[in-house]
Design a protein around this ligand. Structure first.
Ligand SMILES: Cc1cc2nc3c(=O)[nH]c(=O)nc-3n(C[C@H](O)[C@H](O)[C@H](O)COP(=O)(O)OP(=O)(O)OC[C@H]3O[C@@H](n4cnc5c(N)ncnc54)[C@H](O)[C@@H]3O)c2cc1C
Length: 418
């Protein structure tokens, strides 16, 4: 029988989060292996993305914060993303379906050029994939999965068996394989999990009026409806609603869907003229009971998923990647054994409370906007209007949402200008 191959770090999942971790550790001297279950050609990632342009925009987009932009800059891909396709957003308009509460955030109030960027997930992923494919110390294996993982040995190492029969010994395994992470399950880590009672419909739409570089969000009785600006005046929508309503909306033809969307959005951008193919995602809140064990860590959606209403999911994942990279790099610099549960708990401590706080905030928002209690609705809407007029609190909130303040990993902090 052939000897198992030996690597320092196995990252399972070549999504935005796993790839970012690999890119942040590319110069660490560690021998890294990325395992991805999809069959892809990493060296052709940018060419593939360009070939997809003719099909239009990726229906999956993310509102990336300034902190995420910083992490992707350190990872060496932000310039590439800028050259490919992105859309800065300068304002955010949020209002409730009754029309009595509203709040507007504008980058000029913060003396910032924008509040963040809307980037197609496909673009971020292509830039990261190509970057990783060019790294000498990173081996990219596609079309493979782990079928068995041993408990950590005395050196906190784990032996992996892949679906092609190959064996690999790793000093640390990182689960970055998304919300249904089988790697996290193999590590024996359970989840707190509950259904939001919402399904999200996503697609790209053309409206009569241009998007004004603004993110729009209307809280309807069934759930939040977001319009996110794309280049060429288009918008990417995320319509979270009850499963029954989502099913009915998915069954409409394009003209009927555009009419329903325009009505739900109060025609804020005039008529909805066209909608691309629609996709629907059930929304569940999940949180891993622990993020680390000896020789193991979970990051991104493999560790937590939240409601997309504040567009924070992948931003939290990128902060996980930055915090874990920092923990590993600090361990290497200090000459300590960086793959022990004791050392990896530094990463867990820095991220778990931040991620739980965001999950609790999203839950609070959802409850507040779902409430049918007249008093709760009155207080909520008056509160929004009051907040809109009270700049210091409003600016503090938006700075947190942009990733300009709060407990950020070092790699996510913007360099201080002279
Ligand atoms: C409707 C919707 C809208 C959203 N909008 C936003 C937004 O505006 N802003 C934001 O920040 N977030 C948003 N999110 C959340 C965001 O999309 C996710 O948080 C993000 O994609 C998670 O990235 P990830 O790399 O952790 O996981 P994934 O993107 O799921 O990547 C996991 C990777 O692992 C691979 N994989 C899976 N299983 C295995 C296996 N067993 N072995 C090997 N590889 C495997 C997969 O093929 C994939 O490549 C939204 C989510 C939804 C549903």
């Amino acid at each position: 029988m052939t000897q198992p191959s030996e690597v320092d770090l196995v990252i399972v999942g070549a999504g935005m989060v796993g790839l970012t971790l690999a890119a942040l550790l590319a110069d660490s001297g560690l021998k890294i292996r990325v395992l991805e279950s999809r069959e892809i050609e990493p060296q052709q990632a940018l060419a593939w993305e360009l070939s997809q342009r003719a099909t239009g925009y990726d229906p999956r987009v993310s509102a990336l914060t300034v902190a995420s932009q910083q992490v992707l800059s350190v990872a060496g891909v932000w310039e590439q993303i800028q050259q490919m396709r992105l859309m800065p957003y300068r304002a955010m308009d949020v209002w409730d379906g009754e029309g009595t509460g509203q709040i507007r955030f504008d980058c000029t109030e913060l003396h910032e050029p924008c509040l963040g960027h809307i980037v197609e997930n496909r673009v971020t992923q292509a830039a990261l994939t190509q970057q990783i494919a060019e790294q000498k110390n990173v081996e990219f294996s596609t079309g493979v999965e782990i079928v068995e993982m041993t408990e950590a040995d005395a050196d906190s190492q784990r032996l992996l068996t892949l679906n092609n029969g190959e064996q690999c010994r790793a000093r640390c395994v990182v689960a970055a394989d998304g919300a249904l992470s089988s790697t996290r399950r193999l590590a024996g880590i359970g989840m707190w999990e509950w259904d939001y009672g919402h399904h999200a419909i996503v697609t790209t739409v053309t409206t009569e009026e241009c998007n004004r570089s603004t993110c729009w969000q209307r809280f309807t009785d069934d759930g939040p409806l977001a319009f996110l600006p794309l280049p060429e005046g288009l918008s990417s929508i995320v319509w979270s609603t009850s499963p029954d309503h989502a099913k009915a909306l998915m069954a409409l033809d394009e003209t009927e869907f555009c009419q329903a969307l325009e009505q739900a959005f109060e025609s804020r951008l005039g008529k909805v003229l066209h909608a691309d193919q629609r996709f629907v995602f059930p929304l569940r809140q999940r949180h891993a009971r622990q993020y680390v064990k000896a020789g193991f860590a979970a990051i991104g959606d493999a560790a937590h998923t939240i409601h997309p209403l504040a567009g924070q999911g992948v931003n939290l994942g990128l902060m996980d990647a930055a915090a874990l990279a920092e923990t590993v790099l600090d361990g290497l610099e200090a000459g300590v054994q960086w793959n022990t549960a004791f050392h990896l708990r530094r990463f867990q401590r820095s991220r778990q409370s931040e991620n739980l706080q965001m999950a609790a905030t999203m839950e609070g928002f959802k409850q507040l906007f779902n409430s049918t209690e007249p008093l709760a609705r009155l207080l909520r809407n008056s509160g929004m209007n009051l907040l809109n007029r009270f700049s210091p609190v409003k600016n503090h909130l938006v700075q947190q949402a942009m990733g300009l303040s709060g407990n950020l990993p070092r790699l996510a902090r913007r360099p201080i200008k002279d």
